[in-house]
Design a protein around this ligand. Structure first.
Ligand SMILES: Nc1ncnc2c1ncn2[C@@H]1O[C@H](COP(=O)(O)OP(=O)(O)O)[C@@H](O)[C@H]1O
Ligand code: SF4
Ligand SMILES: [Mg+2]
Length: 342
């Protein structure tokens, strides 16, 4: 594989929570708790997990909008934490974030032109002043918007069009990587596919790599080459599309898959839905051992005591953080216990 465009090693992000009148730190929210990821050029890595598992925090740390508590993010071979000045600005340019909510992420008082033009005012070397207008028009065309509408305000656009504006702004800096944080979750289902198709076209035209975040496995499946499943700040399973969708080894992945709609009518009814009870535990005080154990139907003494490491399992590039991974596919249920290859 060619050199990665984005890498995370041992990434940790804790948020201190203040308590009481003396504002002492009362605890920490362990939003991201030891994540390793690699993204190759042109690749799409999907990240899925329930609300609150740390996806947005991971997105912000990957895009260098927030500093990690520990660990390192590397952009095109450059460790972001050790960069200063121009080199840091360059690395930040290479990884851009597309936000979840196109209704709140665009300043309502700015015209579309001003919004898409803003990155050029910050990174002045990117385009000479006289060229900026033309660049903005070109970017609007690239994302399928009419450049003649650049004098309009966000409220004059639909949700899907606003997300296109957000994508145009992210593309202004000619990034190598777009981190898309639930880019279609706030949109109507009919519009979701249009935005996913747009991202797909841009990936091919502009040679972009994506980190594509969603709480919805079916949205990610269409786009991603590899998928990472997060639970309470950790990656619990990672692998290629086939590994995760057809041979999921982690009980949590299996539960997410079993809740997905089945497109093939022949398979409907043959599948048992795994219903997870309870909410995910608090990331302030995650359970000991395997953090999934309070909701896992297979949990035993070892699970309650010893945290499972993300370990290679079956195919190349497929890894599972579970003491007792089992093959499971959405159509057929489990195949019996298979021991991990260590
Ligand atoms: N700035 C912050 N300060 C304190 N806690 C935060 C902050 N941002 C996120 N969190 C907490 O971190 C956890 C992960 O949040 P988030 O990354 O937004 O998850 P997701 O995007 O998967 O829903 C949540 O418990 C959330 O409440
Ligand atoms: S380690 Fe144990 S509790 Fe955790 S997912 Fe695997 S079987 Fe379930
Ligand atoms: Mg989020």
């Amino acid at each position: 594989m060619s050199a990665p465009v984005l890498e995370a090693r041992g990434l940790v992000k804790y948020y201190p929570i203040g308590g009481g009148p003396l504002r002492r730190v009362a605890g920490q929210v362990k939003a991201v708790d030891g994540v390793d990821l690699t993204l190759g050029p042109g690749e799409t890595l999907g990240i899925v997990g329930e609300s609150g598992c740390g996806k947005s925090t991971l997105a912000k740390v990957l895009a260098a909008l927030e500093r990690p508590t520990a660990g390192e993010v590397t952009v095109c071979g450059r460790p972001v934490g050790r960069l200063r000045g121009r080199a840091l600005r360059r690395a930040r340019r290479d990884v851009q974030l597309v936000f979840q909510d196109p209704y709140t992420s665009l300043d309502p008082r700015m015209t579309i032109e001003a919004i898409v033009r803003e990155p050029f005012e910050i990174h002045r070397d990117l385009a000479p002043r006289g060229d900026r207008r033309a660049r903005v028009r070109e970017l609007l065309e690239t994302v399928g918007l009419n450049p003649d509408h650049c004098g309009r305000y966000p409220h004059q656009f639909s949700g899907g069009q606003r997300q296109r504006v957000g994508i145009a702004r992210a593309l202004a800096l000619r990034p190598r990587v777009l981190v898309c944080d639930e880019p279609v979750s706030a949109l109507d289902v009919s519009v979701q596919a249009q935005i996913v198709n747009l991202l797909e076209r841009l990936r091919d035209e502009l040679d972009l790599a994506y980190v594509f975040i969603s709480h919805d496995l079916s949205v990610v499946q269409h786009l991603a080459d590899r998928i990472a499943v997060m639970y309470l700040g950790k990656v619990v399973e990672i692998g290629g599309e086939d590994d995760v969708y057809r041979n999921a080894g982690h009980p949590y992945t299996q539960a997410l898959l079993s809740a997905m709609p089945v497109p093939d009518p022949g398979l409907r009814g043959r599948r048992e839905e795994i219903v997870l009870t309870g909410e995910p535990p608090s990331p302030i005080d995650p359970p000991r051992g395997c953090s999934f154990h309070p909701r896992c139907w297979k949990a035993d003494e070892r699970c309650r005591a010893e945290p499972p490491a993300l370990t290679a399992w079956r195919g190349a590039g497929h890894a599972v953080a579970c003491h007792r991974p089992e093959v499971w596919s959405p159509a057929g249920g489990t195949e019996g216990e298979v021991s991990a290859t260590r």
